[in-house]
Design a protein around this ligand. Structure first.
Ligand SMILES: *Cc1c(COP(=O)(O)O)cnc(C)c1O
Length: 386
């Protein structure tokens, strides 16, 4: 495994690459076809199989995926989309790209997720879609949320950026996130997530019409793909049917993604063990642990604890940094950022703000040992002591 720049500090996250990824990149370069092509097609097929979705479409990032998911649902100017403020800024930004207005609702403090009740209270005649977030890999209550979307006739997009390999239980048994309960699920391959292609994203859906639209929108609205034109024995002339984007994934990225996907079952198993160690070592301490509802299995993309009231987040983070341990504050809230100060707030968001201010994301990545986790827990507890 290639080394990162030397530091003795324990990072918050670290991607996991090996000779398989290196070889995959080298093989793509040798073929001479580096943009969206056969590797992307193969990655889409393997990803669809992994999550159990009939269709998967690769794009350049999850942000791009969220944008074209909203467009595929017909979301635009004058529409409202219900979502969490407590999410990475890309969730709200994608709604803004579409021209619609984000309507922020609060979260359940035990899962950091939207709930059916909170969503239902925010529906108006202008609500066009719900954009729910499986925050930090913890699945939303999809049964409740999908039920509301269906009953009220509005679209449901899952921001599954963090949730590859997470599972929810349905009447059919355990299912991976991405066999979408709603209309579309969007994934990220940013290095902070479990599977990375440097940057990259994926849309899954059961609806062939949507899949067709994604493919046009990611490629300038073109009626045919570069690959089809390249392979055609007859002169192929494309048309541009809508204003699309350049949201393509490259074949170099897709080849890395395929190798990463093969590692995923082992990565998931390791992360679940690591989260279990955190749980065990924090038991009966004032630090509040994330809760996994009995119908959910997180992939533990991040392990975010909550500091006891009255303990300063910044001072805990500083004393951990002094001890050689990197952490991150709780997930941000879009409504507190300058770019969103002009967004009307219809609901107070106390739990979202508390989650940001008292949340602490602890190191979790492949290779992190039980001994290291134990030193993180000791350092957190020491820093929390008055
Ligand atoms: C990482 C993340 C995104 C953005 O993903 P990119 O692939 O970096 O565009 C969107 N939403 C959430 C919840 C995320 O964590």
């Amino acid at each position: 495994m290639a080394e990162l720049p030397p530091t003795s500090r324990i990072p918050v996250a670290r991607p996991f690459f090996g000779p398989e990824e290196e070889l995959a990149v080298a093989e793509v370069l040798r073929t001479g076809w580096v943009t969206q092509g056969p590797q992307v097609i193969a990655f889409e097929k393997e990803f669809a199989e992994f999550v159990g979705s009939p269709y998967a479409c690769a794009v350049s990032s999850c942000t791009a995926a969220l944008h074209i998911a909203l467009l595929a649902l017909g979301v635009g100017q004058g529409d409202e989309v219900i979502t969490a403020s407590h999410s990475f800024i890309a969730t709200a930004n994608a709604i803004r790209y579409s021209g619609a207005t984000p309507v922020f609702v609060d979260i359940d403090p035990s899962t950091f997720n939207l709930t059916g009740l909170l969503i239902e209270a925010a529906i108006t005649s202008r609500t066009r879609a719900i954009l729910c977030v499986h925050q930090l890999g913890m699945p939303c209550d999809l049964e409740a949320i999908a039920g509301i979307a269906r009953k009220r006739g509005i679209g449901l997009i899952e921001d599954a950026a963090c949730a590859i390999g997470s599972e929810v239980r349905s009447r059919r048994g355990w299912e991976r996130i991405g066999r979408p309960w709603g209309d579309i699920a969007c994934f990220s391959f940013h290095p902070r997530k479990l599977v990375t292609t440097g940057d990259g994203g994926m849309l899954t859906t059961r609806n062939p019409e949507f899949d067709h639209r994604f493919r046009a929108l990611r490629q300038h609205g073109m009626s045919t793909s570069d690959l089809k034109r390249h392979e055609s024995a007859k002169v192929a002339v494309e048309t541009y049917d809508t204003v699309g984007y350049n949201y393509r994934m490259t074949d170099i990225q897709a080849a890395v993604g395929r190798a990463q996907l093969r590692r995923l079952p082992a990565i998931l198993e390791e992360r679940r063990a690591q989260a279990g160690w955190y749980r065990e070592l924090f038991v009966e301490t004032p630090v509040i642990l994330p809760t996994e509802p009995e119908w959910a299995r997180s992939n533990w993309q991040s392990f975010c604890v909550r500091l006891p009231e009255g303990v300063s987040q910044v001072s805990v983070m500083q004393s951990l940094l002094d001890a050689g341990i990197s952490t991150r504050r709780g997930v941000m809230c879009a409504h507190r950022e300058p770019a969103y100060l002009d967004t009307e707030l219809r609901f107070p968001l106390p739990e979202s703000e508390r989650a940001q201010d008292q949340g602490l994301i602890l190191p979790l990545f492949p290779g992190l040992t039980r001994r290291q986790i134990s030193s993180v827990v000791d350092a957190v507890l020491k820093a929390c002591r008055p």
